[in-house]
Design a protein around this ligand. Structure first.
Ligand code: HEC
Ligand code: HEC
Length: 376
């Protein structure tokens, strides 16, 4: 072997070494080009107008792929002072919600009201939403990708002519589908919680967690809507994929119009049905302790408060109507009325007769739903 070949070899192995050392999560190593493109797009802060916000800003891996800002019930867009009206749910495990359907009982879809059919349709929204990433057109987003550092990968995945303005619509769809593909990878869906370890026979619950487990699916009635058993070929994600009105109170701290009422599923322009007012999608509960505040409007701040709400919604007196959720007794000895009184569930929610210690046990059980306990 001549020196030149040797030198090339040495360079090559050095390059391999460097690539191996670059901080890449283990799970990101064997992903497809499309998933890698989706990953780049997800973490890119240059695709908003002005630059500075990406999916990751409101769905941060360090916070269960939800909003890192616990002080705000909703999320601020890239334009300062502009807010959405809802709390950011987790983008992790969202892939398990089936496509939205009206057949055989309304279920599935993305967003609190299920209005996006699936993850691909969902991913098309934030780029153009004025209170999120605020681009003015699909073409503007594609131009940014094509001027950016992974334009070649974009063309490899979405076609050699993906940057041609004549192809904006198909390129935009391909971009969104790539983000959806990334959201389906094990980086977001780890199944590495203590709950999973127990299911796999590799760990055991503490006495408190085990008491919580029994209450969750028993007298606490949580399992009715957040089943802790796998269904069909679906893994456990603690949701029935359906929509319910559990009587969540209005959030008095909202940084926008206090007269606003969120009608949820029934308020969707394409559904517009008083029989569905107040219903929101049952959230999955994976990584739930990493994603406060809770509920579609972020009105509930802790998991203890969540369980206390289910336990005592119909038992405690009403809070001071002038203070609403800002009443200092909120969440302990009073609750405001539901934001939407129609269609409220009273069979499984509101008066469970759980003791304080039993509430704590259910919380302890939910803490076992967070990833990072073991390597599956
Ligand atoms: C400014 C904050 C913000 C940004 C930026 C943002 N999101 Fe969201 N995301 C939200 C909020 C708020 C909701 C709930 C909105 C609703 O239900 O109407 C949401 C909902 C979702 C959902 C639905 C989850 C479920 O369980 O229904 C997914 C998935 C998601 N976002 C992924 C993304 C992706 C991918 C991007 C980037 C293209 C993105 N988000 C950018 C705030 C944000
Ligand atoms: C009748 C169905 C139903 C029952 C019973 C139920 N839930 Fe829920 N749960 C929901 C729905 C629907 C939401 C979203 C409501 C909203 O935001 O308006 C939710 C939201 C939550 C959230 C907040 C999720 C988030 O991301 O903000 C937690 C935590 C939770 N439930 C835990 C429980 C526990 C613990 C129990 C039992 C004590 C329980 N649930 C019983 C349907 C139910």
């Amino acid at each position: 072997m001549n020196t030149r070949k040797l030198f090339t070899l040495a360079l090559l192995s050095a390059a391999v070494l460097v690539v191996g050392l670059v901080a890449q999560p283990a799970s990101a190593q064997q992903i497809t080009p499309q998933e890698q493109l989706g990953r780049n797009l997800y973490f890119d802060l240059n695709l908003s107008e002005p630059a500075g916000q990406g999916c990751v800003s409101c769905h941060d891996p360090n916070f269960g792929f939800a909003d890192p800002d616990d002080n705000l019930p909703v999320s601020e867009g890239v334009v300062t002072g502009l807010f959405g009206t809802r709390n950011s749910p987790s983008a992790a495990y969202a892939v398990f919600f089936p496509e939205f359907t009206l057949k055989g009982g309304i279920q599935g879809g993305q967003f609190w009201d299920g209005r996006a059919l699936n993850l691909t349709e969902q991913a098309k929204g934030p780029f153009l939403n004025p209170v999120e990433m605020a681009n003015t057109s699909e073409a503007q987003v594609i131009e940014k990708i094509c001027a950016g550092p992974y334009a070649d990968l974009f063309k490899q995945v979405c076609g050699p002519n993906a940057c041609d303005p004549a192809n904006t619509e198909t390129s935009y769809h391909c971009m969104a589908a790539s983000i959806a593909a990334f959201e389906g990878t094990s980086e977001l869906n780890q199944f590495s919680s203590k709950f999973d370890a127990v299911e796999a026979g590799l760990a055991t619950f503490t006495a408190l967690e085990d008491q919580g487990r029994a209450l969750f699916s028993g007298r606490g009635k949580c399992g009715h809507c957040h089943p802790a058993k796998a269904g069909g070929n679906q893994p456990v994600v603690f949701t029935d994929f359906k929509f319910h009105n559990i009587g969540v109170p209005k959030n008095s701290e909202f940084p926008f119009d206090p007269a606003f009422v969120d009608l949820g599923l029934g308020g969707r322009t394409d559904i517009n049905d008083p029989g569905e007012y107040g219903r929101f999608k049952t959230t999955h509960l994976r990584n739930i302790d990493l994603t406060p505040p809770f509920m579609h409007n972020g009105v509930i701040k802790t998991l203890k408060e969540v369980v206390h709400f289910y336990n005592t919604r119909d038992v405690l007196p009403l809070c001071n109507p002038d203070l609403g959720s800002e009443d200092p007794n909120f969440g302990t000895t009073c609750w405001p009325p539901p934001e939407v009184p129609e269609n409220m569930d009273s069979n499984f929610v509101g008066n469970l007769g759980l003791t304080d210690a039993e509430e704590d046990a259910i919380v302890a059980y939910m803490l076992t739903f967070s990833d990072g306990f073991f390597t599956p």
